[in-house]
Write a protein that binds this ligand. Structure first.
Ligand code: C6P
Length: 405
């Protein structure tokens, strides 16, 4: 089976709109994907018919909301093949998921002299929380270097690993380069020295089939808005035995068992880590994003996106002065580039005038930009609803922009 692209595009109403009087060509999927109708409909239904707080009331709407919200947890468990539903912690997104581990796990278990390894290509969300924890505990954050193509240097990683290494945190797929990292191998190497491994799956969740039990990762973080779901919602997967020994991250409603003024006992997993009223509508609607991806099938998604990336790569290299940043052998549908004589920001602005949305800048990966010797890149990122025609319009747009500049 392959993707019925016309049907898929009809599921994303935003694709039908104009931007600056031109049909929208949306190539900023690594920043956030567009939303599919089942997700939009679920949000609409919740806010028009079913709004109520969850986990609290005994009335119909509260119980219905609780059931639907918890259904998403079951779907998420299945989607990443977690062993238990209580290993799925709902958060505001990848950033909060990583902060939760850094503030709860790292602050509890790190000691002076310990080391945390992160790679050069990490998003700031997977660097800064570790620095914050390391500073407080007298630990050090060390860098796993990459080569000029944007691939992790496994031999260097091996050399960095020691009994001092307590946490390794890397992205599965780089948002700036598209590199698919060999996390399988990296996780088992980390475990060999007794370190835990945190996977930032923000960019991979909608592009690669993830099986947390097969990977044997200790934590895995992702955001709903990068997989056709609502913003402000995300998941932290953690192994039960680790989550159980971690202290709560935030205090408040829902995460408690018994509270007295002197002392509190905490709720069981997953609620121990879910203080306060969550983004209920977002959580309920996320289920429909999981279902949508499951119905498309990862094989179909991957082959469609690979076709787009291969075609775009071939065509963009025909333009004089274009340099691709990130040429890993294993790459997801991200095309970062620079163009001689053009600042990426100007490229982005001039493409926007033609209805073409790409992202420009450092993509929240400043150490990576420094390593690749560029201040910024222009980045086109593809999703399952993009077409070869989108790529043609993008390439034509780039050529026009080049002439203009
Ligand atoms: N990258 C991009 O344009 P949040 O903001 O919490 O949903 O995700 C943060 C994040 C963490 N890790 C990786 C690998 C990411 O790509 C992102 C978000 C967007 O590349 C916005 S900066």
């Amino acid at each position: 089976m392959s993707i019925d692209i016309k049907r898929v595009r009809n599921d994303f109403p935003e694709l039908a709109r104009l931007v600056h009087d031109k049909p929208l060509i949306y190539l900023d999927n690594a920043a956030s994907t567009l939303k599919c109708l089942p997700v939009i409909n679920a949000l609409h239904l919740h806010y028009t018919q079913e709004a109520a707080n969850i986990h609290r009331g005994v009335h119909f709407l509260s119980e219905q909301g609780t059931m639907k919200y918890e259904e998403t947890r079951d779907t998420a468990r299945e989607f990443i093949n977690a062993k238990h539903r209580h290993e799925i912690i709902f958060t505001r997104g990848t950033t909060e998921s990583i902060n939760l581990v850094a503030h709860s796990y790292a602050l509890e278990f790190l000691n002076e002299g310990d080391e945390i390894l992160v790679s050069t290509m990490e998003h700031h969300s997977n660097i800064v929380p570790w620095q914050m924890a390391a500073q407080r505990k007298g630990a050090t954050v060390r860098e796993i270097p990459i080569n000029d193509d944007g691939e992790i240097l496994i031999e260097e990683y091996k050399k960095l690993l020691s009994e001092k290494t307590k946490i390794v945190a890397t992205c599965h797929i780089s948002n700036s380069l598209g590199t698919i990292n060999p996390i399988n191998e990296m996780i088992s190497m980390a475990h060999d020295v007794g370190a835990i491994f945190v996977v930032d799956a923000a960019q991979s969740i909608a592009h690669e089939k993830i099986d947390v039990q097969a990977l044997d990762c200790d934590f895995l973080a992702f955001s709903s808005h990068k997989m056709f779901g609502p913003t402000g919602f995300g998941v932290l997967y953690g192994k039960e035995e680790l989550l159980n020994k971690m202290p709560p991250y935030q205090g408040g409603g829902d995460m408690i068992d018994v509270v007295t003024i002197e002392k509190t006992t905490y709720n069981d997993l997953p609620h121990k880590f879910e203080a306060g009223t969550p983004h209920i509508a977002g959580g309920i609607a996320l289920k429909y994003a999981f279902d949508y991806i499951n119905a498309l099938g990862f094989e179909n998604i991957l082959s469609h996106e690979k076709m787009l990336l291969d075609y775009a790569t071939t065509e963009i290299l025909k333009i004089d002065g274009v340099k691709i940043i990130g040429e890993a052998k294993k790459k997801a549908s991200v095309l970062s580039f620079t163009m001689e004589g053009a600042h990426p920001h100007d490229l982005g602005t001039l493409l926007d005038r033609q209805g073409i949305a790409i992202r420009t800048g450092h993509h929240c990966t400043q150490p990576l930009m420094k390593r690749m010797n560029v201040p910024a890149t222009a980045r086109a990122s593809f999703s399952v609803y993009n077409t070869l025609e989108d790529v043609d319009i993008f390439i034509q747009g780039l050529k026009k922009t080049k002439e203009f500049l």
